[in-house]
Design a protein around this ligand. Sequence first.
Ligand code: CA
Length: 277
Amino acid sequence: MEPRRVSFWLAFVCCSSGTAGAIRFHESCSCRMNGAAPLAYALRTDVGRARDHNEDAGAADLANRLFVVCDGMGGAAAGEIASSMAARAFLAQARQMGFDRSPRHRLEKAVLAANSGVYEEALHDARLRGMGTTLVGLELSEDSREAWVVNVGDSRCYRWRGRALQLLTEDHSWVAEQVRHGFMTQLEASQSPLRNVITRAVGSQPRVEPDVSVHDVQPGDVYLLCSDGLLRELSEEEMKEVLRAESQDLMRCADALVDAANDAGGGDNITVLLVRV
Ligand code: CA
């Protein structure tokens, strides 16, 4: 069993190709590069109402059509180090591999690189022992026909299409396993004191097994990457209400989702990354 997580935030953005940008809490951007289909995104991360620091990290590399959210765990500053390091390493490795390889191979390798980076950092510093992070990543193909999703842990990717919200990832958590095996209902899982226990994490073991999936894309789709700080406060029905009202303006929508989670208690750090095709 991987360590339990506690959470905060840190976000960085790479808006132009190849450069790691400044640390940001709030960012939106849109562009069309080299004839590729246009994309827009908005990123917001928030400490919430109960924690005193943010262990979440969100990042976007718009030029390379890559997006990532991580939710770190570990004592002292370890969680925020794990999440920001994993997000950076994920984007850097994916870029370095170039785009002549299959997205599945690239995303798997990018997660393995993030895992090695966090794990080795912890080996060299006793204060960071046991740190780890969730990771959910998204790559949109240049023609915007395919959305490739990779995940470890319980941060999630949803697709908002028309008025339908579809979950594209499967949580790696103890309660999700109980639900899958029929030992617990979704409601019981959402109320369980063990809902924070994740069964896979980036960086807490020498190896990690990411899940990768591919999904067809339609113009107007909005992809939502988020940490569990959003999910523990809002039901999917409540998320849909916000998306119905605000999804035309991604930054307003990200703000509205975070504000709704805070209004509902804000018991954990909250990170929302929205991408419109
Ligand atoms: Ca969290």
